[in-house]
Design a protein around this ligand. Structure first.
Ligand code: NAD
Ligand code: ZN
Length: 355
């Protein structure tokens, strides 16, 4: 079966295009009762960006905290806040921030129209009703969350996305100026998330010309950003992120992402840095990519946390291994149909021990 892939229908790109957000949203506001929820990363509290949000009288500015990556309980709490703020649903939800904030905005827009808790929808195509119109304004480039059909959530039992066509944003606003204040380490880690998406997609058994076209271009842009110090680096990384997301949407990620989910589930390590820690241990599977990654890291002057699995007991190690090996499509993409005979629990353990 070929996947009939849902795309983001509207994209605006360019330095300063954030100023057009009001215009874009005006098409959603059909009467005086219509209101918009702006989901804003609280790192921007008191910052210039917060004052540039085109808030109208009935709108709601909802600050979210992403010190921890999105949890289903937090999504439920935020959804309730939005539902009880007015007597009727908003006409739009706009997520402004990095991958975590964009994922929260996606999840809120879905949960406003689907009953129960977000935990019920972690999986594939479990969403029954279309979401409230939702738009993304990334302020950090790399995850590809602006283009993907998932919102990655940690629930009480699993870390798994709400994957559905309804999850896909209706509008994306790509303004590279908004990434100006990202700390250097974070810029690198999330940028490497994109680089790794491409390496895993391009080395995978699921590869096809669609994924290859986007993946190769994205990889080229990552190199211009992290090896050449290009003056338009912010613009390039924003497009690399978008293209990297397009590449994996029609293929899959691989070993690095599977193992990083284990780290993140047990130790709460964030996605970007988690992928960097894991990728550094995967020379055996992605020799060229890992070599180039280390060179980029050295050039950028950033390092990764080391010995993060040191001191973990067997039970903890087992949890990480179970989470990682649960991601069958990622392993099949990396190692082929016989992946289970290659990536045994002992092999996974030995990889975790290197991190
Ligand atoms: P993030 O959104 O978690 O943000 C990381 C840090 O950067 C936070 O402290 C945040 O406040 C800060 N930040 C963001 N923009 C900033 C700016 N302009 N200036 C200063 N600080 C800024 O980081 P991320 O790496 O973009 O996203 C990671 C999340 O994305 C994870 O939760 C991961 O699961 C998810 N993810 C989702 C997808 C998807 O397809 N939906 C894909 C990959 C990752
Ligand atoms: Zn990723």
């Amino acid at each position: 079966m070929f996947r009939n892939f849902k795309l983001v229908p509207r994209v605006i790109f360019g330095r300063g295009c954030f100023a057009q957000l009001d215009d874009i949203l005006s098409s959603r506001r059909s009467n005086a009762e219509d209101w918009v929820v702006f989901v804003l990363d609280d790192v921007f509290s008191g910052a210039a960006l917060a004052s540039r949000i085109p808030l109208q009288e009935n709108d709601l500015l909802l600050y979210v905290n992403v010190d921890e990556e999105p949890k289903t309980g937090y999504v439920d709490q935020l959804t309730l806040e939005v539902k009880t703020a007015r007597s009727h649903l908003p006409c739009a939800v706009v997520g402004i921030g990095g991958g975590s904030t964009m994922d929260l905005a996606k999840a809120i827009s879905l949960m406003l129209t689907n009953p129960g808790s977000a935990t019920q929808y972690q999986g594939w195509d479990l969403i029954q009703h279309p979401a409230v119109y939702h738009a993304a304004v990334p302020t950090l480039s790399g995850t590809g969350a602006e283009v993907s059909r998932t919102t990655v959530l940690t629930g009480p039992e699993k870390k798994l996305g709400i994957n559905s066509d309804y999850t896909v944003f209706d509008q994306v606003v790509l303004d590279p100026e908004l990434t100006a204040g990202v700390p250097k380490d974070q810029y690198f880690y999330t940028g490497m998330d994109c680089y790794i998406h491409c390496v895993e997609s391009l080395a995978g058994t699921y590869l096809n010309e669609f994924s290859k076209a986007y993946g190769e271009k994205s990889l080229e842009l990552c190199r211009q950003v992290f090896l050449d110090d290009h003056p338009d680096a912010a613009d390039k990384l924003m497009m690399a992120s978008f293209f990297g997301g397009m590449s994996i949407a029609y293929s899959q990620v691989g070993a690095c992402h599977a193992l990083s989910y284990g780290l993140s589930y047990l130790l709460g390590i964030h996605h970007g840095v988690g992928c960097c820690i894991t990728f550094d241990a995967l020379e055996e599977y992605y020799p060229e990519g890992v070599k180039e990654f280390r060179f980029m890291m050295q050039k950028t002057g950033v390092d990764i946390p080391r010995n993060v699995t040191k001191g973990l007991d067997d039970a903890q190690m087992d949890i990480m291994i179970t989470v990682a090996l649960g991601l069958a499509p990622l392993w099949e993409n990396c190692l082929g149909k016989d992946w289970k005979t290659i990536m045994t629990r002992d092999k996974a353990r030995s990889l975790f021990q290197k991190m």
